[in-house]
Design a protein around this ligand. Structure first.
Ligand SMILES: Cc1ncc(COP(=O)(O)O)c(C=O)c1O
Length: 430
């Protein structure tokens, strides 16, 4: 598919008249969803973001509980009904004869999953490995790169703990040197991040580790501009895309990075325990896999998939997750998530002591936002939201970042956020 066509489909949603995933959805629900998408075919993503009737239809495609409100989708997201059904279908198939259906039949069909992920990511399929999560993808690179004692890696204290711990372990084991950046957040000017990375680059720098969206606050970083700093040198760029993939509108080549890792069970809504690793094709050979692979596979992306037996059902159900995501379209999803984020912030900002720790401008923000209430304990507020109101948020206490993180998803309705802000108001008042 041409890049322009892919971009067009990404903007409007891939409505084709019949859903590829409808075979895994109750027929009546599939018809309603098709009709809802058809009616909005010419609508801009921004207008559609306001159309609560449309998002109510989307919610019906999920099995989320109406008795709780989950506002921690940044942690891990629920799967649409069609994804759950597909996984159950393939699991039953595998149980008819696991070694045949799983090891032979469905293992070969992993390449179809790879192809679909590659189209979504805008990359050749021979650069995409299917992993179990972002940690596995990124640690494959962190532990697999041939670095020597004294080689330097630039990373930030506001990165994700698993990745930080992996680099620290590598430093202890191999004597590589970690150059730490310490961001003041939020930032609405990309120059800030570019300058931070620039100031840490030296003659021994071998890699820039960049978190595309900082999970604590939803801050977006200008990855492509940071990657430009490495252009023409032997410095490589590793991107943690755990929160940007299938949430923000971009494709991996836009980032100009060498390596990219993400989970698929966050914003793509694929089964729990699914992830993607991108390796620039000419770099595959130099990276050692976490799990050993035969020598003849050294330039083959599949060398990163030798984890032993794993669930083919989980992998195959990535396909309906992509179908569902494409039916909505990234632009429409991104607009809706921003609208939801801004909706609750506008309603909550009049609360006494309300302080936002996330950007507001659309270039730098996403679904995730962090707030605190001056003089009040964020952990206690988050606990009360759950115990008294069954609203799930997460209290954050990491480096210089403290507050309550809120992350809605496409199935979240504005009425859920009204309930959240009402509950918050009552907690803050007492
Ligand atoms: C920025 C970032 N990177 C990596 C990860 C690890 O993801 P997973 O637990 O799916 O491996 C997370 C998880 O929240 C994250 O927020």
């Amino acid at each position: 598919m041409s890049l322009n066509r892919r971009k067009f489909l990404g903007q409007i949603g891939r409505f084709t008249g019949t859903f590829a995933f409808s075979s895994f959805l109750q027929p009546a629900l599939a018809r309603q969803l098709e009709a809802a998408l058809h009616e909005r075919a010419g609508m801009s993503p921004e207008s559609c973001a306001h159309d609560e009737d449309f998002w109510r239809q989307i919610r019906l495609a999920y099995t989320v509980s109406n008795s709780i409100i989950d506002l921690n989708n940044g942690g891990v997201s629920p799967q649409a009904r069609a994804v759950q059904e597909a996984q159950a279908h393939y699991n039953r198939l595998c149980n008819e004869g696991p070694s045949f259906y799983m090891w032979r039949h469905l293992d070969r069909r992993r390449n179809v999953v790879r192809q679909r992920l590659a189209e979504l990511a805008g990359c050749p399929s021979h650069s995409i490995a299917i992993t179990r999560n972002a940690s596995e993808s990124l640690e494959t690179i962190i532990f697999g790169l041939p670095l020597q004692a004294g080689d330097e890696v630039v990373l930030s204290k506001q990165g994700y703990p698993n990745m930080i711990h992996a680099w620290q372990q590598r430093a202890r084991r191999d004597g590589i040197v970690l150059r730490w950046l310490d961001f003041e957040l939020p930032q609405e000017n990309g120059d800030y991040f570019v300058k931070q990375y620039q100031s840490a680059i030296g003659p021994r720098t071998k890699l820039l580790h960049v978190t595309h969206v900082i999970n604590w606050t939803g801050q977006v970083l200008p990855v492509a501009r940071i990657a430009q700093l490495a252009e023409g040198s032997d410095i490589e760029v590793l991107v943690d895309g755990a929160h940007s993939f299938a949430q923000l509108e971009y494709q991996i080549p836009d980032l100009a990075c060498d390596y990219f890792g993400t989970s698929l069970h966050k914003w793509l809504g694929a089964p729990f325990g699914t992830g993607l690793l991108y390796v620039r094709p000419e770099k595959i050979k130099k990276v050692y896999p976490l799990f050993a692979a035969p020598e003849q596979d050294e330039a083959n992306i599949r060398k990163f998939e030798h984890q032993g037996t794993r669930s083919s059902a989980v992998e195959q159900a990535i396909i309906p997750a992509i179908d569902f995501h494409e039916a909505i379209g990234t632009a429409r999803k991104q607009s809706r998530l921003r609208l939801l984020k801004n909706y609750w912030i506008e309603a909550a900002r009049s609360l006494p002591g309300f302080r936002l720790h996330s950007p507001r401008q659309s270039e730098w923000d996403c679904a995730i936002a962090l707030f605190s209430i001056d003089g009040q304990d964020s952990k206690k507020i988050s606990q009360k939201l759950w115990i008294q109101h069954f609203i799930h948020t997460v209290a954050i206490d990491w480096e210089n970042i403290h507050g309550i993180r809120v992350s809605p998803n496409v199935y979240t309705l504005r009425s859920d956020l009204d309930r959240f802000v009402k509950a918050l108001r009552s907690i803050v008042a007492t």
